[in-house]
Write a protein that binds this ligand. Structure first.
Ligand SMILES: C[S@@+](CC[C@H](N)C(=O)[O-])C[C@H]1O[C@@H](n2cnc3c(N)ncnc32)[C@H](O)[C@@H]1O
Length: 364
């Protein structure tokens, strides 16, 4: 297993180096994951065969349909606590017709801090009988449960877990809300946060952050800048970020619900946003030295890239090195790569998560 893992990581490293070669990037700093039991999130379809049920998943690389569903009893990529909970949940649901009937999907969200949230998704209306049964299930399993069906979301106790991450020797607490984005590999997440903090050490000035999610990077980076303006599109994530900033004493951060595209418009002055004015956020009050972006797989759009060009430093976290390379090419030499890192978020998959730290060639 160890040998196979090293070989796949070496292959990913070579692929990343090849993609970043046109930008004279230094050799990547490589962060290895545990090869198994690294995922804090997992979701499964529920396979029904008469009164019998089991977990199922679509075969990797196949079209998602009934024929590509494979049944499974364990999921080695998921963390130990999810694997331990899988048979207990299944046995309890199997034994109760109200819980079992028309159960379609089940989603696990676990933390290093030992909490777990499970969402049960149904193709039926969730009534009082279901609610009584699921309350017994929650009491028996000692996890938080949520039921979902078309137009229904029933939260028994809470719809979040609280994670504890160690970043540069500091323990940070993060609320992760069901349905909001959180980094799936918590150990790699700690490495990404610590690496980003090391890049930002001694940079000074203010930080602009786009795609901030639940404030994952915002919290530790706020310690390394005078002020931070963080923006994000998803309401759920902004709600989580507000809690996370406050719980970790990050009181030098303004957070606004704006898309990256809207923020670029606000900067260019082509559009004014009431959401900024209502929070007394004036872009002129900041002295931005650095911009952090952590976009979805599609990368950064053209208008936002134009905005990025004006910053002395860019910290770019990417879940898709192909769009990262496209974006670096579009920057057209305005910045050079000072540091580069590979975080093996998803061992034994094609997926490469990486980061680059850029400095403006004008300020070099
Ligand atoms: C890869 S996640 C990163 C989140 C966060 N940095 C973290 O580490 O958890 C990308 C985030 O971008 C947000 N997002 C997607 N499209 C966006 C857009 N056009 N503008 C701003 N945020 C967007 C998503 O809601 C998600 O939270």
């Amino acid at each position: 297993m160890y040998h196979a893992y090293s070989a796949q990581l070496a292959d990913k490293t070579a692929r990343l180096q090849h993609l970043l070669a046109p930008f004279a990037a230094p050799a990547p700093e490589v962060f290895a994951s545990p090869p198994q039991h690294y995922r804090m999130r997992a979701e499964f379809r529920i396979w029904h065969d008469g009164d019998e049920i089991c977990y199922a998943m679509f075969e990797r690389g196949q079209k998602a349909n009934r024929h590509s569903l494979i049944r499974l009893t364990e999921f080695p990529a998921a963390c130990d606590s999810i694997n331990a909970m899988m048979p207990r949940l299944l046995a309890a649901v199997r034994a109760d017709e109200v819980l079992r009937e028309r159960l379609y999907q089940c989603e696990f969200l676990a933390t290093l801090s030992g909490e777990m949230l499970i969402t049960l998704i149904y193709h039926k209306k969730l009534d009082d009988a279901w609610q009584a049964a699921v309350q017994r299930l929650q009491d028996g399993l000692g996890v938080w449960l949520i039921g979902r069906s078309r137009g229904q979301k029933i939260v028994l106790t809470q719809d979040f877990v609280t994670e504890s991450l160690n970043v540069c020797g500091e323990t940070l607490r993060y609320r992760q809300i069901e349905g909001g984005f959180s980094q799936p590999n918590a150990l790699m997440c700690q490495e990404m946060l610590s690496w980003s903090c090391a890049c930002a050490e001694n940079v000074g000035g203010d930080l602009l952050e786009l795609y901030c999610g639940n404030g994952n990077f915002t919290v530790p980076l706020s310690r390394r800048f005078r002020r931070v303006l963080a923006t994000e599109l998803s309401k759920t994530s902004v709600r989580a970020a507000q809690w996370n900033l406050s719980a970790n004493g990050a009181d030098n951060v303004d957070i606004a619900r704006l898309s990256a595209e809207e923020l670029a418009q606000a900067f260019s002055g082509s559009r004014a946003f009431r959401r900024l004015a209502e929070q007394n956020i004036d872009l002129h009050d900041f002295d931005f030295s650095t911009v952090l972006v952590d976009p979805p797989r599609a990368g950064v759009d053209a208008d936002t890239l134009r905005l990025l060009r004006g910053f002395r430093h860019i910290l770019y976290i990417s879940c898709n090195p192909h769009t990262l390379a496209d974006n670096l090419a579009q920057l057209g030499g305005s910045h050079r790569v000072l540091r580069c890192a590979l975080f093996d978020q998803f061992p034994f998959t094609e997926h490469i998560e990486c980061g680059v730290f850029l400095q403006s060639t004008a300020s070099a």
